[in-house]
Design a binder for this molecule. Structure first.
Ligand SMILES: N[C@@H](CCC(=O)N[C@@H](CS)C(=O)NCC(=O)O)C(=O)O
Length: 207
C-alpha cells in the first residue's frame, strides 16, 4: 500500500492533505524530526536523503522531493484536477510550487527554524534567521498579491500550488503565531474548511 513518510506539521503535511483529497488508501509512517528519526539507520535505509516527505508507492518504489511527489499524485489521479493540463496553467502552477518549496520554505523558513543547518557557529544564527525572515516575508507578500481576491492559485479549485502555499501559511499561523496577509488569511481559512484538510491535520495531532 502507498505509505507517506512524514513528520507532523512539516512540509509533508501538504502531501498528506493531497492524499486525503484523493481518497485512496494509504498509510502514514512517522519520522519524527523532533527526535532526529530522519538520521536513524531505519529511515536512512528507506531515504538516504534523511528528508520528509517521501512516498512509498504500491510497487514499493520511493519517490522524494515535494514537487515531484505532488506532480506524480496529480498526474496519476487526473480526476482530482490538481494540475492544469494546458501549458500556461501547468507552468504557472509549477512556478508557484517551486517558489514555495525551493525559496520560501528552503531558503526562508528553514533559515529561521533551523539556522544550525546553515552554520555550526551559534554567533551566526541571529543573522541567518534575519536573512530567512526576509525571504519568508517577501514570499508571503508575493503570494498574497498573486492570489488577490481569487479563491485558489489555479482558479476555481485547489491545485498542487495551493497545498504548497498552504504549508508555508500553516507555519506562519501555527509556529510563528502571526497573522497572514489578508488574501492569504482568506485562502488559509478556505483551505481549512475542506474536510480532507481538517481530517489530515487532526490525524497529525495538530491544531
Ligand atoms: N527539497 C525537499 C525538502 C524537504 C525538507 O526539507 N523537509 C524537511 C521537513 S519540512 C526535512 O525533512 N528536514 C529534515 C532535516 O533537514 O534534517 C523536498 O522538496 O521535499
Amino acid at each position: 500500500m502507498t505509505a507517506l513518510y512524514h513528520s507532523p506539521g512539516t512540509c509533508s503535511l501538504g502531501i498528506h492533505l493531497m492524499l486525503e483529497e484523493i481518497g485512496k488508501p494509504y498509510e502514514l509512517e512517522l519520522v519524527d524530526l523532533t527526535k532526529g528519526m530522519q538520521y536513524k539507520p531505519e529511515f536512512v535505509a528507506v531515504n538516504p536523503k534523511s528528508k520528509v516527505p517521501a512516498l512509498k508507492r504500491d510497487d514499493g518504489s520511493l519517490l522524494t522531493e515535494w514537487p515531484a511527489i505532488a506532480v506524480w499524485l496529480a498526474m496519476t489521479n487526473p480526476d482530482k484536477k490538481l494540475l492544469p493540463t494546458d501549458a500556461e496553467g501547468m507552468a504557472r502552477t509549477l512556478e508557484t510550487v517551486d517558489y514555495a518549496v525551493a525559496s520560501v520554505h528552503m531558503q526562508g523558513f528553514t533559515r529561521m527554524w533551523m539556522p544550525q543547518h546553515f552554520s555550526p557557529n551559534a554567533d551566526d544564527h541571529g543573522a541567518i534567521k534575519e536573512k530567512g525572515r526576509g525571504v519568508y516575508d517577501k514570499g508571503l507578500a508575493h503570494f498574497d498579491a498573486l492570489l488577490g481576491s481569487a479563491d485558489y492559485f489555479g482558479g476555481a479549485q485547489p491545485s498542487i500550488a495551493d497545498y504548497a502555499v498552504f504549508y508555508v501559511e500553516y507555519w506562519k499561523v501555527n509556529r510563528l503565531k502571526e497573522e497572514l496577509p489578508p488574501h492569504l488569511a482568506a485562502h488559509y481559512k478556505r483551505m481549512r474548511a475542506r474536510p480532507a484538510v481538517e481530517k489530515a491535520i487532526k490525524m497529525e495531532g495538530l491544531a
